[in-house]
Design a protein around this ligand. Sequence first.
Ligand code: AMP
Length: 197
Amino acid sequence: MTRLLIVGPQGSGKGTQGVRIAEEFGVPAISTGDMFRAAVSGDSELGQQVKSIIEAGDLVPDEVTSAVVRDRLSQADAAGGFLLDGYPRNVGQVAHLDEFLEGRDEALDAVIELSVPREESIARLTLRAQEQGRTDDTEEVIANRLAIYERETAPILGVYHARGIVDKIDGVGSLDEIAARIVAALEARGLTRTAGV
Ligand code: AMP
């Protein structure tokens, strides 16, 4: 059973690494950003509720986000572990997740902090905007998302540091190099992979 969280600024590559690490450890990768984007594309009630918030790069209200995550974590495939990407994103959400996991007698095993210099994040996001045309990858929205990361998300690392579960990983390098660093840090905690890198 491996329960992971990957944290990093937009453009740190956390989505890509999250999927890869989840595969290595045999758990589902659960990305709130992906779930919200799917809801928007499918024009569901949730999608209509969050569309303008996502397009502005603001945070979806905690109650809404935490309910979505609780539902997802309650599905059968997450019973044996999971990797969360993009949630919790502020200390209020940390409290919600704690409460949910405690209710199941569970806790996070490790928090992967993907560390990337600001200029590198901006360069990667700008490239992604050109390649994928994501509506929240415009210059103004990118700046807003990075500011929110600094103000709201970075503080959650302090909370997890106090629990001794943060592994800070250098997020600059090739995808393979970064994945290998993450795997090494998690294995050093005694977590075991189910696949070979
Ligand atoms: P991401 O792909 O993780 O950058 O998420 C894309 C967008 O979805 C964010 O800019 C937010 O608008 C929204 N979002 C994703 N995760 C959360 C969260 N945990 N809390 C609030 N909003 C979120």
